[in-house]
Design a protein around this ligand. Structure first.
Ligand code: ADE
Ligand code: ZN
Length: 341
């Protein structure tokens, strides 16, 4: 088995996936039709042609516009199940899925409608093939801390159905420190917290996410390589990064995959994981990210095994789940014949 086949076929967890970012243009048009809404694009092709982003904000503008087609519980169910089917094809055994309730409640969609729809999709995947999922509520950092606290109040009756809190949306100008009170309240629920940091924002935002928000993982974190002391800290403290290589290319964090900071992060001993972020918008799902990284870096089986191990270890799955997936990570013995002496 070669390294790419191993990387594609081994059991793994996806830890950085925005469910709204898995909305494919075909499904967007189908939901628009079902809900009697007009999208500001004439066709699937015209919408796809708009996926040409200059930076994070230009992507977010389109991402929030397309989310408008999500109206009913059935819409959120269909979105979730479509993503989970793709995840299954990439041998993802466990997916931790971000959702942005404020994007929906601001349009008058009740929090419970969103949650029930996403849960129903996840329940169907669990019943059909045993898929394991967790839901992480993400706050929109371009909004005020008070608006995010109001969202947390709204989520409070459903805490036993959530598995963590995150922070996403426009990073520059919205540092983690802006959300100190919010995250203190999130941590008081006992659920784990994570945050996007060091995607477009500086390494200082990663320090803030660790020191002020006290996050368990950093989403992206690829700019950590600009700060050697931070890099050493991430390695020493075993903080996992949920890196999204195709997203970083599409949002122009790096110009070329060969310039990505992944090799430096790995060389520093950081717990790197690979994820798809917003696969419908960035050119592919987890398998596509793996192919793109392998084309750039030609890693060996041991490196891919380590990345899969990180994804499982850094997940919020149970100890029993982790043990069974880690057991299945060992690659089959190589069948290559040694040359005779
Ligand atoms: N929301 C969806 N995708 C995001 C990303 N890559 N960064 C910040 N917020 C997001
Ligand atoms: Zn993200």
């Amino acid at each position: 088995m070669n390294a790419l086949d191993y990387a594609l076929s081994c059991p793994k967890a996806e830890l950085h996936l925005h469910i709204e970012g898995s909305l494919e243009p075909e499904l967007a048009f189908a939901l628009a039709r079902r809900n009697g809404i007009a999208l500001p694009y004439a066709s699937v092709e015209a919408l796809r042609a708009a996926y040409n982003f200059a930076d994070l904000q230009s992507f977010l503008d389109l991402y929030y516009a397309c989310a408008d087609v999500l109206r009913t519980e059935a819409d959120f169910h269909d979105l979730m199940l479509a993503y989970l089917r793709r995840a299954r094809a990439d041998h993802i055994v466990h997916a931790e899925i971000f959702f942005d309730p404020q994007t929906h409640t601001a349009r008058g969609i009740p929090f419970e409608t969103v949650l029930r729809g996403l849960e129903a999709g996840a329940a169907a995947a669990k019943a059909e093939w045993g898929m394991s999922t967790r839901l992480i509520l993400c706050f929109l950092r371009h909004l005020s801390e008070d608006a995010c606290l109001a969202c947390l109040n709204e989520a409070e009756p459903y805490l036993d159905r959530l598995h963590g809190f995150g922070l996403d949306s426009s990073e520059r100008g919205n540092p983690p420190a802006k959300f100190a009170r919010l995250f203190e309240r999130c941590r008081a629920t006992g659920l784990p917290v994570v945050a996007h940091a060091g995607e477009e924002g500086p390494p200082a935002y990663i320090h803030e996410a660790l020191d002020i928000l006290k996050v368990r993982r950093i989403d992206h974190g690829v700019r950590a390589v600009e700060d050697p002391a931070l890099l050493a800290r991430l390695a020493r403290e075993g903080i996992a990064l949920t890196v999204c290589p195709l997203s970083n290319l599409r949002l122009r964090v790096f110009d070329d995959m060969r310039q990505h900071s992944l090799p430096q992060l790995l060389a520093a001993g950081v717990k790197v994981t690979i994820n798809s972020d917003d696969p419908a918008y960035f050119g592919g799902y987890l398998g596509d990210n793996i192919r793109a990284v392998q084309a750039a870096f030609d890693w060996d089986i041991a490196t891919w095994q380590q990345i899969a191990r990180h994804s499982i270890e850094a997940s919020f799955a149970t100890a029993e789940q982790k043990a069974s997936w880690l057991d299945a990570l060992t690659p089959p013995p190589t069948t290559e014949k040694r040359p005779s002496p």
